[in-house]
Design a protein around this ligand. Structure first.
Ligand code: AMP
Ligand code: MG
Length: 363
């Protein structure tokens, strides 16, 4: 009789149901959401922890299950752009252009909040972040639930975002009613967040839609402090431990050869001292370092940023398990999806970023 119980986390509850991503599983998940319970589900970016965005008790349960501070607002997910008036008081023409170009997809727009959106969703602020996910399971589930769904990443606060149902359960088993298992998520890093409440659209978080694609459509796009790579590396700020593994991660930024030399020297030093070390590197480096004795999780070809993004969080979790010492990671620059990779890696590094000489100005 789970359906009838409100899902406020007050200590251990029975284990989380695993639902298949078929018609029956989605119908069960939607019924749980309509009953005010929490359900994790796949989106094209990462797994989201869904709850009815218009029901304050469900929103409070999301914060409780994640251990998320009330100051960190949630993204509201819609099944159709027709639902925008349910969460925002006005849709500026620029939002319509962006929605036409990029929705459904990994772009979150920050718009003026409608009064019926609980203040907890927006962390008390006047704006609400909204997105229309492209994943068929997410879309079917939100449509069947019949309400906008607030869905932050389905991990405990500060942990690495989940890209599989197993990752969700590792963090939230017993704390949420169900997870819909739709397999690994196709993009693997969170959505791009674009603030449209500023005079010039401002990139708050780089993600699945690139800055280049936004600039091509809009012309000018400003960089919020978090979206500027240098700022991200210098001042991870409040969300310092966001996306962080348990092991200390070090990120090296610089040209390929010096970066590889740094990785080799540091890994050899750890191994010589009898410590485990993990390498979070592209396939080419993995081949190069195969004989070292380090734990290696190849991410994909260095120039295939989409493949690297898909693998990134699973590889971080695997290295965490294999190499409790240090994890050493390499940067991929700032073009396209690489900007999001740098943001997540720098955040996981929480300030442990090594800048090598030879960087160009735009780096
Ligand atoms: P998550 O859903 O875990 O990927 O995190 C959502 C992120 O979206 C938050 O941490 C904020 O960075 C951003 N966000 C959500 N709502 C707003 C808003 N109203 N204004 C600015 N940023 C927001
Ligand atoms: Mg998150």
């Amino acid at each position: 009789m789970r359906l009838l119980q409100p899902c406020r986390y007050n200590g251990p509850m029975s284990s989380t149901q695993i639902l298949s991503a078929d018609t029956a599983g989605i119908a069960t998940a939607a019924a749980l959401l309509r009953a005010g319970e929490l359900v994790a589900f796949p989106t094209e970016t990462v797994y989201g922890l869904g709850g009815d965005a218009l029901r304050p008790s469900a929103v409070a349960a999301i914060f409780a299950a994640k251990g998320r501070p009330a100051s960190d607002p949630l993204i509201v997910h819609l099944a159709s752009p027709d639902d925008l008036p349910r969460v925002t008081v006005s849709v500026p023409p620029v939002a319509e252009r962006l929605a036409t170009a990029f929705w459904p997809g990994p772009l979150t727009l920050v718009l003026p909040r409608a009064p019926n959106v609980p203040l907890a969703v927006t962390a008390g602020g006047p704006t609400v972040a909204v997105r229309l996910p492209a994943h068929p399971v997410a879309r079917a589930l939100i449509a069947a639930a019949g309400s906008p769904i607030a869905a932050p990443s389905a991990n405990r606060f500060g942990h690495t975002s989940p890209t599989s149902a197993a990752h969700v359960l590792a963090d939230l088993d017993g704390r949420i009613a169900a997870v819909v298992d739709g397999g690994p998520t196709p993009i693997g890093v969170e959505s791009t967040v674009l603030d449209l409440s500023t005079p010039v659209p401002t990139l708050l978080r780089p993600g699945g839609v690139s800055l280049e694609a936004l600039r091509e459509l809009l012309g000018e796009v400003a960089l919020g402090s978090r979206a500027s790579p240098k700022e991200t590396m210098r001042s991870p700020g409040l969300l310092e431990r966001h996306y962080a593994p348990e092991s200390a991660l070090w990120l090296v930024v610089g040209p390929t050869d010096p970066a590889r030399a740094w990785l080799r020297t540091e890994a050899e030093a750890d191994l010589a001292a009898g410590r485990t070390v993990g390498l979070l590197v592209p396939d080419e480096d993995a081949a190069l370092f195969a004989g070292l004795g380090a734990a290696i999780e190849p991410l994909g070809p260095a120039d295939d940023h989409a493949a690297i993004a898909r693998r990134l969080y699973a590889a971080l979790r695997a290295l965490d398990a294999r190499a409790p010492g240090r994890i050493l990671a390499r940067d991929f620059g700032t073009s396209g999806l690489a900007r999001a990779l740098r943001d997540r890696l720098a955040r996981a590094a929480a300030g442990r970023v090594v800048l090598l000489q030879g960087l160009t100005r735009q780096d």
